[in-house]
Ligand binder design. Structure first.
Ligand SMILES: [Zn+2]
Length: 1085
């Protein structure tokens, strides 16, 4: 078995090379576009999955390029009822060319063995092995074309389609247009049609019915990868597209996702409902195969009409999909629909003049007019004899529901009988209870769908008796209170409905709107959650969430948000929690999943994404509320002590690394670095880790100054409020000044007060080390006066205020003397330690460490003396110098961590501390300095990338105990942003395994005893916690693939190390630079 597997594998490899070779020569063929498959059609996926259209004939044929060149190319040709396609070879899934049968005008014999397939604009010349084969092809082609044409003629409204051509009378195209595609020089014309995506060279090709290929979307997933780009991933290949704008990208992604769900949706319900012939046409326009329905009006509808129905609101028409809303379709409801469109229309369209009838091709305006006339006004309905006599109608309803005549009930209800009327019998008070009592389940079903309770109804005016629309409170997801003036109303609010619709209500009177909001909010939330709505919130509603690391299915929680305050009532909780979003530890967006993770104190909450518009609102609300780097102080991300995180990060960095730095806060740093650092901090200060780097103290010091100088309103809360501070300097008596400062301090808002206190505390500490840094109180005050007051340097009083504040820090800020002393002691301890370390002249004690050159063998070991600070890069340099190895252009040396069996190895990041790694080495590992043979390929790959991410299929195996051979099975692996995720199936929405990038250690190679399916493997350690390390084995199909994965891992880890937000644009360039510095090139020596 095993041998068999191996040999099979090697065969595949050879063939891959063949493909590579032919791919290179195929550039001659300008008629087709090369779509390299990353994965060939293989045995473990049956063809039946992919080709629901049966193949009529297939085989090898030679084909000439259209330019008249005589070089024939071998092509695998496949014919089905709709298309003639040819492929690079028989394993390829995506064709090089696809020709719609309907666009073929003629098939002609030409000379020996050859035949032409003629389309309206182009002729394809094929050559068969011999004349017999040629005859077979020609006759079967002619036959297929004939059949296809006649089937189209027979039914102009046929459901089938031909690559989106309009000749079927029904357009199934949901979107089309040009997109850039990774790997192709020119744009492709992409057409989403039913459950397939077609690629054409251009729009003209599309109209001619001759394209490149199509992609079956039942095996696809669609994900946004960057601002304008997105991936369409199938088992075989990832198609990377680039749209013109982010908005365009969103539209494409949405259309493609619809396409996927269409292809996955079941037609079980549709088939049952279409069993009645009249249901095979839309009740309104007559379009074929209607797969929507209005469950209360009892009509089956096409997509266009369903859209119009949805516009009438839930209270008029409850629109559901036959394919996607499976849960709605109980057997009883399906039974009701077996009445059929024709019989229901005997009521709804009894008096419809033929001139007003709707057609499948009617424009949307006509459709709207018609649907509204038919169902809102009841213009064409058959009037019931009792019409206008409310009591009689109600009475008739109560007796009809005892029978099985649902049509009569429908007629009564839509002529005015009240579904909620009182029957007069306290035992059976409503028509529903009567129907139930008499066992009329279909009547119950019908009445239930027309039963409006807990509604929020709205009317055109106080006088109108029929409501214009209504919402069931249980269908409302979210209530949003708009800021005054939004949407042109002085006061307005929005309701987000479960169906994705948004309802806007506006009023000029603030009181009236407030009253409404209060009433609606109370009706919306459960009674235990009433605290959620008793404050000036901006939005309230329900969201699904998971808590902690648990993978339970999402629970429903109630949330209300206003500014930076989030109130929540989680599932099963008995009280409302209160979170200050500015102070949370982390708020991260999982862009692909569309979820948001909120870490506060010890717990994390993952709010599940949703494509509905209310979720977008929550996202931006949470983001805004969690602190904005460009806002005033009190809108910044804050520490527990109300100090902006930016200020805190900078000051503690200076405390650690800059107190002894001469001229700290006076020297200027590198402007570009300051700007970049401030940008990242403003974007999300919590995510930025300041790592010690040479001379960075001045940059950080300047970031702090620039932030304080630029922050909205400043620390003193605006120009007006700062004047009394400046004026205080005119008081001659210092004790009086101090009490004046105290009073002013007291009047500052909380965050300003805390920030000022923290800054002055910091400056006090800095001047304590004036002997070292030459910055005494006066010097600091000269710098910080204008900075804190956001003024130029002309007014000396600004500096005077700051000097006073530093000098009298303990008095003015009422500082606990003992606590302050502890702080000073700690700082002197740090400084003392640093002093000793400079006195010795060497950073830290040297350690002797054993390193191997090239590989572990006798004579290759070197003992190198290194200190704690030495990086992997420096270690490599030392080793090369010791062995007199001259630098060569294009050589990339790295330090590797290698296991003793030399089966797996990990190149160290050039900044990694070699000694730390050395000490952490287990018994069975060692350090080797050698050339990094992948580096050049990695750099080339990265140079051509626009984003740092990769996804694709990979063979996966997991370490379980010490058992021998592993089982490798296929997984979709997605590596992007901050994590590595493995999905069991391309369609899965939940990853099977997930690990943050920072916790990953990636080794090349896999232990042989696991018998990996190829030699291009990686061992991935996921260190989530000290005692929780998982080992995963990922195996690629080719060296190139391995290199691409390694390159992506490395780039992401470089970004991660830099503490960058990976989602920002631009970091790839930096990663490139960093990686270029990663190997030891000639510059180092
Ligand atoms: Zn219709």
């Amino acid at each position: 078995m095993q041998n068999c597997f191996r040999s099979q594998f090697s065969v595949e490899e050879v063939e891959c090379e063949d493909i590579e070779a032919s791919r290179r020569t195929s550039s001659v063929d300008e008629d087709s576009i090369d779509l390299a498959c990353t994965l060939s059609r293989s045995n473990d996926l049956g063809d039946s999955d992919l080709h629901h259209t049966p193949v009529i004939k297939m085989g090898w044929l030679d084909k000439t390029p259209p330019q008249g060149s005589l070089i024939f190319q071998k092509r695998w040709v496949m014919l089905d009822a709709q298309y003639l396609r040819y492929f690079q070879n028989e394993k390829e899934v995506y064709s090089k060319r696809i020709i719609a049968i309907l666009s073929v005008t003629e098939v002609l014999n030409v000379g020996e063995q050859k035949f032409e397939v003629v389309t309206r604009n182009r002729t394809f010349l094929f050559r068969a092995e011999n004349n017999t084969v040629r005859e077979e092809w020609v006759s079967v082609l002619k036959e297929t074309i004939q059949q296809r044409r006649s089937s189209m003629e027979m039914s102009l409204m046929n459901f089938s389609f031909t690559s989106g051509q309009r000749d079927s009378g029904v357009s199934l195209i949901s979107k089309q247009g040009y997109l850039e595609m990774n790997g192709l020089r020119s744009k492709v014309y992409v057409v989403i049609c039913a459950d397939r995506v077609f690629l054409y060279g251009n729009a003209e090709e599309h109209s001619q019915g001759v394209g490149i290929t199509y992609i079956e979307m039942n095996v696809g997933t669609v994900k946004s990868t960057d601002k304008r780009s997105f991936n369409l991933t199938t088992f075989y290949r990832t198609f990377s597209f680039l749209a013109e704008s982010a908005q365009q990208r969103d539209q494409w992604v949405e259309a493609l996702q619809d396409c996927v769900s269409r292809s996955l949706s079941s037609d079980v319900v549709a088939q049952k409902i279409w069993a009645v012939e009249a249901n095979q046409r839309c009740a309104d326009c007559g379009a074929p195969h209607p797969d929507w329905a209005s469950v209360n009006l009892c009509v089956v509808l096409c997509k266009c009409c369903a859209g119009v129905h949805r516009g009438l609101g839930q209270s008029v028409s409850k629109v559901r999909s036959l394919r996607m809303d499976e849960k709605v379709w109980t057997d009883n409801l399906i039974q009701v629909f077996l009445l059929g469109n024709n019989r229901v229309n005997l009521f709804w369209a009894a008096n419809m003049p033929p001139s007003e009838a709707l057609h499948p091709s009617s424009d949307s305006e006509k459709r709207q007019r018609f649907v509204s006339a038919k169902y809102c006004q009841g213009k064409y309905r058959r009037y019931h004899a009792l019409f206008g006599q409310q009591e009689a109608l109600n009475k008739a309803l109560c007796s009809t529901v005892q029978t099985d005549d649902v049509l009569e009930t429908l007629s009564l209800v839509f002529c005015g009988a009240d579904v909620n009327c009182y029957t007069g019998d306290p035992e059976l008070p409503s028509p529903v209870s009567v129907a139930q009592h008499y066992g009329q389940i279909l009547q119950v079903e019908f009445l239930t769908h027309n039963h409006n309770t807990g509604n929020f109804s709205y009317y055109e005016s106080e006088k109108s008796s029929s409501q214009s629309g209504g919402l069931k409170m249980s269908d409302v997801l979210c209530l949003l209170v708009n800021p005054p003036g939004k949407h042109g109303y002085a006061h307005s609010f929005e309701l987000y409905h479960d169906s994705g619709r948004v309802y806007l209500f506006g009023e000029d009177s603030s009181d009236k709107v407030k009253g409404w909001i209060k009433a609606i909010a109370k009706a919306l939330v459960p009674s235990a959650a009433e605290d959620l709505v008793c404050w000036p919130f901006e939005r309230v509603g329900r969201l699904r969430y998971t808590e902690g690391q648990s993978h339970h299915s999402p629970l429903l929680g109630w949330f209300s948000l206003g500014g930076s305050r989030l109130l929540l009532l989680l599932h099963g909780a008995d009280r409302v929690e209160n979170i200050d979003l500015r102070k949370i530890k982390e708020l991260s967006m999982e862009l692909e999943a569309g979820a948001v993770v909120l870490v506060d104190g010890g717990r994390s909450l993952r709010v599940e994404g949703d494509r509905r518009p209310d979720f977008q609102g929550w996202l931006s609300g949470l983001q805004q509320g969690s602190g904005r780097g460009d806002g005033p102080l009190d809108q910044q991300q804050l520490t527990d002590t109300d100090v902006p995180v930016i200020v805190d990060r900078c000051m503690s960095y200076i405390t650690q690394h800059g107190l002894k730095s001469e001229g700290i806060y006076r020297r200027c740093g590198v402007n570009s670095k300051i700007a970049a650092l401030l940008f990242f901090l403003r974007h999300d200060a919590r995510q930025v880790r300041l790592i010690e780097e040479e001379r960075q103290v001045d940059d950080v010091a300047n970031v702090l100054k620039r932030f304080l100088r630029e922050v909205g309103e400043g620390v003193f809360n605006g120009h007006q409020a700062s004047l009394p501070w400046l004026h205080t300097t005119t008081i001659s008596e210092m004790s009086e000044r101090v009490s004046q400062y105290q009073a002013l301090l007291h009047s500052l808002p909380r965050v300003n007060r805390a920030t000022l206190g923290a800054v002055i505390n910091h400056l006090y500490c800095v001047q304590c080390f004036a002997d070292e840094n030459q910055m005494n109180m006066h010097n600091l005050a000269i710098v910080f006066g204008p900075t804190l007051f956001q003024m130029d340097g002309t007014d000396n009083s600004a500096g005077q205020v700051v000097e006073d504040l530093i000098q009298n820090y303990q008095d003015i800020f009422n500082v606990d003397a003992e606590q302050f002393q502890r702080q000073l002691d700690m700082i002197s301890h740090v400084i003392k330690a640093q002093k000793e370390h400079t006195k010795e002249g060497s950073p830290s004690p040297l350690t002797i460490c054993g390193v191997y050159l090239e590989r572990k063998e006798e004579g290759s070991e070197l003992l190198v003396q290194i200190s704690q600070e030495v990086s992997a890069e420096e270690l490599v340099c030392k080793v090369l110098r010791r062995r007199n190895i001259p630098p060569q252009q294009g050589d990339y040396w790295s330090c590797f961590l290698v296991d003793d069996n030399q089966e797996i190895e990990r190149p160290l990041h050039y900044q990694e501390r070699a000694l730390t790694i050395y000490f952490s080495l287990g018994k069975d590992c060692h350090l080797v300095v050698k050339k990094n043979c992948y580096m050049e390929a990695i750099l080339t790959y990265i140079a051509g990338r626009v984003d740092v991410s990769r996804n694709g299929l990979i063979k996966f195996c997991e370490e379980k105990g010490q058992r021998g051979k592993g089982t490798f099975s296929r997984r979709l692996c997605v590596l992007s942003g901050l994590s590595l995720r493995l999905y069991k199936e391309v369609k899965s929405s939940q990853p099977e395994r997930e690990c943050p990038v920072h916790a990953l250690k990636v080794y090349c190679g896999i232990k042989r005893k696991l018998q990996p399916p190829s030699c291009w493997g990686m061992t991935v350690l996921c260190e989530k916690a000290v005692r929780d390390t998982q080992q995963w084995y990922l195996c690629c199909e080719s060296k190139n693939e391995l290199i691409e994965w390694l390159a992506t891992f490395m780039s992401l880890q470089v970004l991660e190390r830099e503490g960058r937000e990976v989602e920002l644009t631009g970091p790839v360039l930096d990663a490139r630079g960093q990686l270029a510095g990663c190997p030891v090139g000639s510059t180092c020596l």
